[in-house]
Design a protein around this ligand. Structure first.
Ligand SMILES: NC(=O)c1ccc[n+]([C@@H]2O[C@H](COP(=O)([O-])OP(=O)(O)OC[C@H]3O[C@@H](n4cnc5c(N)ncnc54)[C@H](O)[C@@H]3O)[C@@H](O)[C@H]2O)c1
Length: 450
């Protein structure tokens, strides 16, 4: 008999690595990988080989296609299923796992539209099983530090929040090279990316969003914008011979991307390196959102996906003072002679003449001078945030004064803002979250709406 929980993982692309590393490493004493499910057999084989190199015995790991999920789950007696597949596949996989008697850990976003949210809600109610959404940004020490400042009452009752997030021309552009570029696959950046940010605000304020007004559009990327700016046509893909421009990603420049994606295109035709100025871009790249919260606070939020630097600025105005969090994740995107750039730069800081990387949390109470609040960093990725998240997922969650573990209701609250925002973009009107008919009353409890 073993006391280890048995895990099956679905979707073996980029994001899965964090979970597989955890099970092959620090959390291997409590978590056993028993299954890997993935439609692309080549990509699945790459991860199996890497797991083996990391010292995990993969002989007994069951592998298969998502079509056979129920059979696999019953054969391997999984306790939990971790979902790291594209956003539009989450809901169906969650419902199937819950109905098969297996709890779920799912990457953000929980799902991408009201209909599939209702299906998840019904499945949770029907089965009584657990769905955990891994909102990792809560665990980043700087975001936790702001939560602490608000929760300990330093600024009094929060009345309003301003929040600006800028994605740079490396990381931001990457959303326009693959499945995220089609809004049908991800719900657009209001869901795919901003669900991180809306979850932070919901959690910082310990409140529920009620009404959303959004404006924005596809203003920078895509073929129409390139043509309107008179740009010369780019090659369809970044992986090609000859000279490369700074917008292009050549998968051969990164052995990991080559092994996972380029070498396995024959199975599914998944191109990871499409031209960001090519046809088929429907995901908005400039967004502005106003959100009313149940207890009266207002959020003013904006997202830009083609900024020369990457980071965010948040200010929370309370009735006793103000807290400000300023973060420069990367001060500039610079190119070398070959036009190379970093694909997943979320934790790195570049060079810049006038902008410095780093983070600063400032607290200023009424009638007092401003003071810096110390941000306690841990070891590892995202200032130790990933390690804390993984410990909660695999060993916890522990009682947490900061309420960091996120359940399915938090997952719905996070995407509810984006779903209402998308409806507002479509109609031009402010949208009440209750009118999305999500099947659950987010402002009060997890009871189904009768
Ligand atoms: N929390 C974070 O910071 C963070 C960061 C990156 C990605 N993510 C999330 O992780 C998920 C995966 O993103 P990614 O960048 O790894 O994408 P990816 O495209 O690199 O990998 C997705 C994998 O899922 C497979 N897949 C496709 N359809 C499937 C299906 N129906 N069932 C099972 N597998 C299927 C693909 O073949 C691929 O191997 C997304 O939901 C994304 O939003 C979260």
């Amino acid at each position: 008999m073993t006391s280890k929980r048995r895990y099956v993982v679905v979707g073996t692309g980029h994001r899965v690595q964090m979970y597989l590393d955890a099970m092959a490493g620090d959390h291997g004493d409590v978590a056993e990988l028993v299954g890997l499910i993935e439609p692309n057999p080549g990509r699945l084989a790459v991860h199996l080989a890497w797991l083996s190199e990391a010292g995990l015995d993969v002989e007994g790991v069951f592998t298969g296609h998502p079509d056979t999920l129920e059979r696999i789950l019953s054969e391997i007696h999984a306790d939990r299923m971790i979902i790291t597949s594209p956003d539009f596949t989450h809901a169906e996989l969650i419902v199937r796992a819950l109905d098969a008697g297996v709890d779920v850990v799912v990457e953000k976003p929980l799902t991408i539209n009201p209909e599939s949210t209702r299906q998840i809600t019904e499945a949770v109610m029907r089965t009584g099983r657990q769905v955990v959404v891994t909102h990792n940004y809560r665990y980043s020490p700087r975001n936790s530090a702001l939560k602490e400042v608000i929760k300990n009452g330093s600024i009094g009752t929060p009345l309003s929040v301003t929040f600006e997030w800028v994605l740079d021309t490396a990381h931001g552009a990457d959303y326009f090279r693959r499945w995220h570029r089609d809004k049908a696959n991800s719900g657009g950046l209001l869901i795919h990316k901003a669900s991180h940010h809306f979850d932070l605000v919901n959690w910082w304020l310990s409140d529920s969003p009620e009404q959303v007004y959004a404006r924005g559009g596809v203003r920078f990327y895509g073929a129409d914008n390139a043509a309107a700016r008179g740009m010369a046509p780019h090659p369809e893909r970044g992986t090609h011979e000859g000279v490369h421009g700074p917008w292009e990603l050549d998968l051969r420049d990164d052995p990991r991307l080559q092994a996972l994606y380029l070498d396995n295109e024959s199975y599914d035709g998944y191109h990871r390196d499409l031209d960001v100025f090519g046809p088929g871009v429907t995901t908005e790249d400039n967004l502005a959102v106003i959100v009313d919260y149940a207890r009266g606070a207002t959020l003013s939020y904006s997202l830009n996906a083609h900024s020369p630097w990457e980071g965010y600025r948040v200010a929370v105005n309370g009735d006793e003072g103000r807290a400000e969090l300023d973060v420069v994740e990367r001060a500039a995107v610079l190119t070398d002679a070959n036009g190379r750039f970093v694909v997943d730069p979320s934790a790195s800081v570049g060079e810049s003449s006038s902008r410095t990387g780093g983070e600063r949390l400032t607290l200023q109470r009424h009638w007092e001078a401003a003071q810096d609040v110390k941000i306690e960093e841990g070891a590892g990725a995202h200032g130790g945030g990933d390690a804390l998240l993984l410990a909660d997922i695999f060993r916890g969650p522990e009682d947490d004064w900061l309420d960091r573990p996120a359940d399915w209701l938090d997952g719905i609250r996070a995407i509810a803002v984006g779903m209402a925002g998308n409806e507002s973009l479509r109609t031009g009107l402010p949208i009440k979250i209750n009118d999305l008919n999500l099947g659950v009353d987010l402002s009060r409890s997890a009871r189904p709406v009768s």
